[in-house]
Write a protein that binds this ligand. Structure first.
Ligand code: ADP
Length: 474
C-alpha cells in the first residue's frame, strides 16, 4: 500500500514549519553575525544551510515511513471497509496508530459478521424468489421497476436489465400498469387479470400490495392460471355436453311413452314400433353411460399411474374384435380384412385394448360406404406395435382432423347420431393409447377413406406368437 493514498497537503504539512524554523534561524544568525563578515563565513553558512536542509529531508523521510505510510494503509483499509470489504489491518508499531489499527480490526470483524448475515439473508430471499413459479415484480414509489424474479421475466418475456425502467416500458399490458398505479395511489391490495396472446394464449392473474416495513413502493405477483382456466372451461363444456346428450334420448323416450299411454298401446303394430324405438333410445343412453364411465375410469387410472399391465396378445384381441363386428360389416356389405405380421405380446390391459380395436373398427364400418372395405393390420415398427385400421369410407375433412379426438366432437352430427354413436369413441381410443404409453395418429382423404394408427410400446416383449398370415373375414 503506498503513502500516495494520503492527500499531498497532509504529507507535506511538516515541511512548512521545518522550513519556517530554518528561515527564522538563518535570518537571526545573519543579523547577529559581526560586520564585516569574517573570511570563510559565507561558505560556512552555505554548508550549515545544506546540512539543515538535509536534516529536514531526513526528518520528513522518517516521518513518511513511520507515520504517513502506516496511516495511508489505515485510510485505505477504512475505505475498503466502507465499501463493504472487511479485511484485517497489519498492526502498526507506532503506538497511536496501533490503537487505531486494532479498533479498525474490531470494526472489520463486526462488519464481516454483519455482511455475512446480510449476504445469506439476501441469497436466501433470492433463491426463494428464483424458485417461485409465480412472477414477482417490485416497483419503487415513482412507478419504476426495482427488481423482477425469473418467473416474472419468463411470463412477460423480459430480457435485459429491469431496474430503473418504468413499468409501461417493461410491458405494454395496461392492466399491469393500472394495478401498480392503484396500489401506489391507494396503498391497498389490488388485483387484475391479463390475457396474453403471444407467443401463445395465456391467462395471468395479478395481485399487488404496497411494500410493508417503511419501504415505499409496490410488489406485484403474477400467476399463470391458463391450465386452471382451461380445466374449468373443459369441465363446464363437458357438463353442458353431457346434459345435452342425455336430453335428446330422454325427450324421445318420454315422447314415445306418452304416445303409448295416450292410445298407441292399443294398436299392436304401432305399440311394437314405438317399443322398439324406446329400446333403441335406451341402448343409446346405456352406451353413453358406458362410455362416460370408461372415460372417467381411464382418467382416474392415468392420475394414479396404475394402468393394469399384463402381456397381451394383440392378434387374439383382433380376432375377437373382428368377430364382434362381423355381423355389422356383413349388414353393410363390407369386406373386413385382417393382416398380421408376427408381434410380441404388449404389456397392457386386454379389455382396454379390445375396446380400442372395437371402437376403431366400429367407426370404420359406420362411416364407410356400402360395398367398401375395412382393413385391420398389426405390425411391429421401430420397437412399437402398430395397430392400423383403414377404411374406404367418407373420410374426414382436414380441418376436423385435429378435433375428432375431443369428447362429443362429430363431423356430421346427424349421421353420427343416426349411427348410434356417443361422440366419445375416439376420445376413449386416445386415452387408452396414452394410458399404454402410446399414441394415435390419423390420416384421411375425403371420399377415399381414413386410416387410424395406434402405436404401443412393446417393452418387456415376450417371444412372438406363431406367425399368422394375412386372413380375411366378411
Ligand atoms: P361417434 O360415436 O360419433 O362415432 P367418435 O368419437 O368415435 O364418435 O368419432 C368422432 C367423429 O369422428 C365421428 O362423429 C365422425 O364424424 C368422425 N369419424 C370417426 N371415425 C371416422 C372414420 N373412420 N371415418 C370418417 N369419420 C370418422
Amino acid at each position: 500500500m503506498s503513502a500516495l493514498g494520503l492527500p499531498p497537503k497532509l504529507r507535506l504539512a511538516p515541511l512548512w514549519p521545518a522550513l519556517a524554523a530554518v528561515l527564522i534561524a538563518g535570518t537571526l544568525l545573519w543579523h547577529l553575525l559581526p560586520r564585516p563578515l569574517p573570511a570563510g563565513t559565507v561558505a560556512a553558512l552555505a554548508l550549515a544551510a545544506a546540512a539543515a536542509a538535509a536534516v529536514v529531508a531526513l526528518c520528513l523521510l522518517w516521518l513518511d515511513r513511520r507515520l504517513f505510510r502506516p496511516l495511508a494503509r489505515l485510510v485505505a483499509e477504512a475505505d475498503a471497509l466502507a465499501g463493504g470489504r472487511a479485511r484485517r489491518v497489519e498492526e502498526s508499531p507506532v503506538e497511536e496508530l496501533g490503537v487505531l489499527s486494532r479498533a479498525l480490526n474490531r470494526l472489520a470483524e463486526t462488519a464481516e459478521t454483519q455482511f455475512a448475515a446480510v449476504r445469506s439473508e439476501r441469497d436466501h430471499l433470492q433463491s426463494i424468489l428464483a424458485s417461485m413459479s409465480e412472477g414477482v415484480l417490485v416497483v419503487g414509489p415513482d412507478g419504476r421497476a426495482s427488481s423482477a424474479n425469473p418467473a416474472f421475466r419468463r411470463l412477460f418475456d423480459l430480457t435485459g436489465e429491469v431496474a430503473g425502467k418504468p413499468v409501461l416500458e417493461l410491458s405494454r399490458q395496461p392492466e399491469l400498469g393500472r394495478v401498480i398505479a392503484a396500489t401506489l395511489r391507494q396503498g391497498g391490495p389490488q388485483s387484475g387479470q391479463i390475457e396474453l396472446h403471444v407467443p401463445e394464449r395465456r391467462t395471468l392473474l395479478l395481485a399487488s400490495a404496497a411494500l410493508a416495513g417503511g419501504e415505499r413502493g409496490a410488489v406485484v405477483v403474477a400467476r399463470d392460471t391458463t391450465e386452471l382456466t382451461r380445466v374449468a372451461d373443459m369441465r363446464r363444456d363437458f357438463v353442458a355436453n353431457v346434459s345435452h346428450e342425455l336430453k335428446t334420448p330422454l325427450a324421445a323416450i318420454r315422447g314415445y311413452a306418452e304416445t303409448l299411454r295416450d292410445g298407441a298401446l292399443r294398436e299392436e303394430e304401432t305399440a311394437l314400433r314405438f317399443t322398439e324405438r324406446l329400446l333403441w333410445q335406451c341402448r343409446r343412453l346405456q352406451a353413453l353411460l358406458d362410455d362416460l364411465l370408461t372415460l372417467s375410469r381411464l382418467e382416474s387410472l392415468a392420475d394414479q399411474q396404475v394402468t393394469p399391465r399384463e402381456p397381451v396378445d394383440l392378434s387374439a384381441l383382433a380376432q375377437r374384435a373382428v368377430e364382434t363386428l362381423a355381423a355389422a360389416a356383413r349388414e353393410r356389405r363390407l369386406r373386413l380384412l385382417v393382416r398380421e405380421e408376427p408381434l410380441p405380446r404388449v404389456p397392457g390391459d386386454a379389455d382396454g385394448l379390445e375396446r380400442l380395436l372395437v371402437n376403431l373398427l366400429d367407426n370404420a364400418i359406420k362411416y364407410n360406404r356400402p360395398g367398401g372395405e375395412v382393413q385391420l393390420r398389426l405390425a411391429p415398427s421401430g420397437g412399437l406395435a402398430v395397430i392400423e385400421v383403414a377404411d374406404t369410407g367418407i373420410g374426414i375433412p382436414a380441418e376436423a382432423l385435429g378435433r375428432i379426438f375431443e369428447r362429443f366432437y362429430r363431423v356430421d352430427k346427424g349421421r353420427a347420431r343416426d349411427e348410434g354413436g356417443t361422440g366419445l369413441g375416439l376420445a376413449i381410443v386416445k386415452h387408452l393409447a396414452q394410458a399404454h404409453g402410446g399414441h394415435v395418429e390419423v390420416e384421411s382423404r375425403i371420399g377415399r377413406g381414413t386410416t387410424f394408427r395406434v402405436f404401443l410400446p412393446m417393452g418387456g416383449a415376450e417371444p412372438p406368437p406363431a406367425a399368422a398370415a394375412a386372413s380375411g373375414q366378411a
